[in-house]
Design a protein around this ligand. Structure first.
Ligand code: MEV
Length: 326
């Protein structure tokens, strides 16, 4: 029997970087979904096929007991998720695993989505009926096995979906009852690795602990005020807070010229506010606007790509089985 689960990507709304240090953030799930299909096969080999490997006519094959030990770059997150499930539930078995989804993720969290989808699919395959909190714990542990760093906000969005007020490790996880989020996402181009940017900010924090610590405290206030604005649908206030958050990220040194161009263009086209989203160094910004078409056109004219996916998307979902590839 085969099981397929999907999970969404994420857009970090407020609290970028500070969330790594125990401050809260706001995140919404983005319906750019990644799928993982799993089935038990005879023997003790785990076979993993990603779109990248399939295109080369290749597959990753390794003994079940070795999963996650020396992972391939292309399969690292899936391997780590499988290894967590094997270890936790002593469920070592031969498996065929296929992954699928948008080839270009726009930095919207394909790794966390694939990890969450793998945990969700294995949860169904092994009939574990795990609560989402436990699936989050396993998926976050898997992401840390690969990356060594990260607040897990992206994993929380992938597992639970919706829009969340989140504190590192799931210490606080509040689902916010929001509906239409009037946001436009613009992609500025590929970035340097997230871990590098987190390390860069960490080094600055070590050199300037009082000032950077103060900025993180400010981001904490911005997130709390942002939560109230989001719940009230006060987009003017949310736009102000996004601009303030962006200014701090710029001071931390993670802004880029291409992100700035898109942000300035969105503001000039009438957005309430705009900011980079996530680690910085490239990838996405978003703007808050009533006139989303005009702001989208301005982002395009400034060299960005408007990313069309729906926000506040559902978390892990089991998908109907199709005999074709995922
Ligand atoms: C990266 O998308 C967001 C950061 O806050 C890192 C993290 O929370 O893991 C920079």
């Amino acid at each position: 029997m085969r099981f397929t689960a999907s999970a969404p990507g994420k857009l970090l709304l407020l609290g970028d970087h500070a969330v790594v240090y125990g401050h809260p953030c706001l995140v919404t799930a983005v319906d750019i979904r990644y799928r993982v299909t799993v089935e038990i096969i005879p023997g003790d080999l785990v076979e993993i096929i990603t779109p990248e490997l399939r295109a080369r006519g290749a597959a990753r094959r390794l003994p079940a007991a070795d999963t996650g030990v020396a992972p391939l770059r292309e399969t690292a997150f899936v391997e780590a998720a499988v290894a967590q499930m094997f270890r936790q539930y002593n469920a070592y078995t031969g498996l065929r695993i296929q992954t699928g989804g948008q080839p270009l993720s726009y930095g919207l969290g394909s790794s966390s989505a694939v990890t969450a989808a793998a945990v969700g699919a294995l949860n169904a395959l092994f009939a574990l009926n795990l609560p989402l909190e436990e699936q989050f714990r396993l998926a976050y542990a898997a992401v840390l096995d690969v990356q060594g760093k990260g607040s897990g906000f992206d994993v929380a969005a992938a597992v639970f979906g919706g829009t969340l007020y989140y504190v590192r490790g799931g210490e606080r996880l509040e689902a916010l009852p929001v509906h239409d989020l009037p946001f436009v996402i613009g992609y500025s181009g590929a970035k340097v690795g997230t871990v590098n940017l987190v390390t860069m900010v960490e080094a600055l924090y070590q050199r300037q602990p009082a000032i950077v610590g103060g900025m993180f405290d400010l981001l904490h206030q911005i997130v709390d005020a942002g939560k109230a604005a989001l719940l009230a649908g006060d987009w003017q206030a949310f736009g102000d807070l996004a601009n303030l958050n962006h200014g701090i990220l710029d001071s931390l040194g993670v802004n880029t010229l291409s992100l700035s161009r898109l942000i300035e263009a969105a503001r000039a086209a009438g957005a309430y506010g705009a900011k980079l989203s996530g680690a910085g160094g490239g990838d996405c910004m978003f703007a808050i606007a009533d006139e989303r078409a005009a702001v989208g056109a301005a982002i395009t004219a400034a060299g960005g790509v408007v990313v069309p996916f729906v926000l506040n998307a559902p978390g892990i979902c089991l998908e109907p089985d199709h005999e074709d590839e995922p």
